[in-house]
Write a protein that binds this ligand. Structure first.
Ligand code: AFD
Ligand code: MN
Ligand code: MN
Length: 426
């Protein structure tokens, strides 16, 4: 199943008139505010977000899994699914692989297939939070932190193997997320565990090709509930600095305790020039992995406010890795990803509307009321027409979700792959 250009064109023809009306209304509003709409559109066009290979099938909760049918069970099928999302949205031009859930066999053929969809291979992810088949030692009690050197070595070797897979596909980064930690007081020595992780990460960092980066994720709890070796951004930063210039911090939005001021973390990491990338998702309580923008769109907007402020003051776009890291156990995963992409782009577009000069002078004058007004004025602008325009200009669908349904995409995927095909992941 591919989304052909012709059905996008037919869909857009039906929608073009009302789109034009809405876009010209927004355009004139923006003009009055001295916003360069073409620049916003170009930034949106350039903004590509990677889709994780493990988010294309139904996700499980701890209590069950309800598969949707037509899930991609091979890497080729996963690339095709990202191809569908990208054809519709023109904003998901990359796929991120998780090893060993995805083992790239014929790398040349995979690269060719991805190229037919205009998709690149983004960050590769290692997995030492599960035991693999034919693995010598178990990760039950940890991996890069393990008390037993042989297990640390095995986990390091796995990461090096993941880098090799990535090199073959043209990736230039690896993300390390560790489940390492302890569930009971007294179970582990905090200092030894952290030293082990630091030394292990240094070894992986030393093996990176010169143009590669390593992203270090953090998470306060789960699967370990008393302590995680990398619980927060501060520890991630400390480890990244301890490794060297190719090590960076990665912010997964779901990996914070409730009410954490994530935008402040983002600002600090940007200031330290150690923010490597994002895993986008939304949450109400913990690592809920919900659709981006479904719960706290204002927080996402405030995060983009920090990003855009940094881009505008440094004059260059930071080379950040953007990825969705969500799980879909109720909705069709592809529909959910399309909604997440829209949520991210809305927040980004709104943040580009903030009048920074006015905000700065209001801050200087301690004019708190106006500071809030400036942010909320941008946040409350309906930017969807400009996002549609960015899609239209690049050959995407005016309304990707509607077209996804009009084209009976899921039904076609079920016909091709069957009701029982299952995607790898959690
Ligand atoms: C974890 C982490 C990490 C990991 C993923 C696997 O966020 O990014 O690769 O889930 O499903 O929660
Ligand atoms: Mn993540
Ligand atoms: Mn997570």
């Amino acid at each position: 199943m591919r989304i052909e250009k012709s059905i996008i064109a037919t869909h857009n023809e039906k929608k073009i008139e009302s789109h034009r009306e809405q876009f010209s209304f927004l355009g004139s509003q923006l003009e009055k505010k001295n916003v360069n709409a073409d620049q916003v559109i170009q930034n949106l066009i350039d903004f590509q977000i990677a889709i994780p290979s493990w988010a294309l099938g139904s996700g499980a909760t701890r209590f069950g899994r309800f598969s949707i049918g037509g899930e991609p069970s091979t890497l080729e099928e996963k690339i095709n699914d990202v191809g569908i999302i990208h054809a519709l949205t023109k904003s998901a031009g990359a796929i991120s692989l998780h090893i060993p859930w995805d083992i790239p066999e014929d790398t040349e053929a995979l690269k060719e297939l991805a190229a037919t969809h205009n998709i690149e291979f983004d960050t590769v992810n290692s997995n030492t939070f599960q035991d693999q088949e034919n693995q010598e030692y178990s990760y039950k009690f940890g991996s890069l932190n393990h008390m037993d050197e042989r297990i640390r070595k095995q986990a390091i070797a796995h990461n090096l193997e993941v880098i090799e897979y990535g090199i073959a596909l043209g990736s230039t980064s690896i993300t390390v997320w560790l489940a390492d930690g302890a569930s009971f007081p007294g179970q582990a020595d905090f200092r030894i565990a952290l030293q082990h992780v630091q030394a292990s990460l240094q070894e992986i960092h030393a093996a990176l090709p010169a143009d590669w980066r390593m992203f270090i994720e953090y998470k306060p709890y789960e699967p370990n509930f008393y302590s995680m070796v990398i619980p927060d951004w501060g520890t991630s930063l400390l480890l990244a600095e301890g490794c060297g210039e190719n090590a960076w911090c990665l912010v997964d939005l779901g990996h914070h305790l409730p009410n954490t001021n994530i935008e402040q973390i983002v600002a600090t990491l940007l200031m330290k020039k150690k923010l490597g990338g994002f895993h986008f998702n939304d949450s109400n309580y913990g690592d809920d992995d919900l659709t981006v923008g479904s719960i706290r769109p204002y927080q996402l907007f405030l995060i983009f406010n920090e990003l855009v402020a940094d881009i505008e003051s440094n004059g260059s776009y930071p080379q950040l890795a953007w990825m969705i890291d969500a799980s879909h156990n109720l909705k069709d995963p592809l529909e959910d990803l399309i909604q997440s992409l829209e949520g991210i782009r809305i927040a980004y577009a709104q943040a580009m509307l903030i009048n920074r000069a006015e905000l700065e002078s209001a801050q200087q004058e301690n004019n708190v009321t106006v500071c809030q007004q400036i942010l909320q004025d941008a946040f409350r602008t309906d930017v969807r027409p400009i996002i549609r325009e960015a899609r239209l200009r690049t050959g995407g669908a005016i309304s990707p979700l509607e077209l996804y349904r009009e084209a009976d995409t899921r039904e076609h995927l079920i016909k091709e792959r069957g009701m029982k095909s299952i995607a790898s992941g959690l």
